[in-house]
Design a protein around this ligand. Structure first.
Ligand code: ATP
Length: 227
């Protein structure tokens, strides 16, 4: 049991191949928390996210994410873990030859939903949450970058995840659109889904004061402030 923590890592060593990227990582994120993850290029932010979504294995230490014991995770558990984690990356990764509705429908079917009425309702719900209900029938190329990223966030919400892991979600967006996306992620956290967002954008961090976790020199600092 990890109480209300959605993520709890204790004394975790994180390796990429044989290279120790982060040592003795302790990180706890509670339900509904919004957390920025910062650190220079190569400091280990993506590796930390990969441990959480089961793309890297925990060799030493203990780790839990969304109720899963990461240490005991086996390959067949990974899709179930990922249903409880919404993953949002910098490049939008929508299927370019399908409409918004088809993109979302594809994920629902792939994650075991079969009832058409429930699928339609859920798709409308998540599009409502990101303010794009009217874009159901649009192709990705008919949407702006910010709208595409909203659809990616909607897609991440389909299975009602406990946390959204966002790796540079504003990396390809202009400053104003970036702020809108972070405002949306903040709203999502206020409704109970935690958000862990890796970013290099200090303007965004200053605009949306929140807890900051920093990777630096092989260590994760759980609570830092910008100087
Ligand atoms: N697949 C891999 N195989 C071997 N080493 C890797 C691999 N991926 C990353 N690394 C190394 O692990 C370290 C941490 O990389 P990581 O991608 O986690 O950093 P990051 O903080 O996310 O960087 P960025 O801000 O550029 O995305 C780096 O030294 C990197 O070279």
């Amino acid at each position: 049991m990890i109480g209300t923590s959605v993520i709890k890592l204790q004394n975790v060593d994180i390796y990429q191949q044989k290279h120790l990227v982060l040592r003795n990582v302790n990180l706890q994120i509670e339900k509904g928390e919004f957390v920025f993850l910062i650190g220079q290029t190569g400091s280990g932010k993506s590796s930390l996210l990969k441990i959480i979504y089961g793309d890297l294995h925990i060799a030493d230490g203990e780790g839990h994410a969304a109720g899963f014991d990461l240490k005991k995770l086996i390959v067949k558990d990974v899709p179930f873990l990922r249903r409880k984690l919404g993953i949002v990356f910098q490049d939008f990764q929508l299927l370019t030859d399908r409409t918004v509705e088809q993109n979302l429908n594809f994920v629902m079917k792939a994650t075991g939903w079969t009832d058409k009425a429930l699928i339609d309702e859920r798709i409308k719900d998540v599009l409502e949450k990101v303010g794009l209900r009217s874009k159901l029938k649009k192709m990705p190329h008919e949407l702006s970058g910010g709208e595409q990223q909203r659809i990616v966030i909607a897609r991440a919400l389909l299975n009602d995840p406990e946390i959204i892991l966002a790796d540079e979600p504003t990396g390809n967006l202009d400053p104003e659109t970036s702020e809108e996306i972070v405002m949306l992620l903040k709203q999502i956290s206020q409704s109970g889904t935690s958000v862990l967002m890796a970013t290099h954008d200090y303007h965004i961090i200053r605009t949306f004061p929140s807890r900051i976790v920093k990777c630096e020199n092989g260590i994760v600092h759980e609570d830092v402030s910008l100087v």
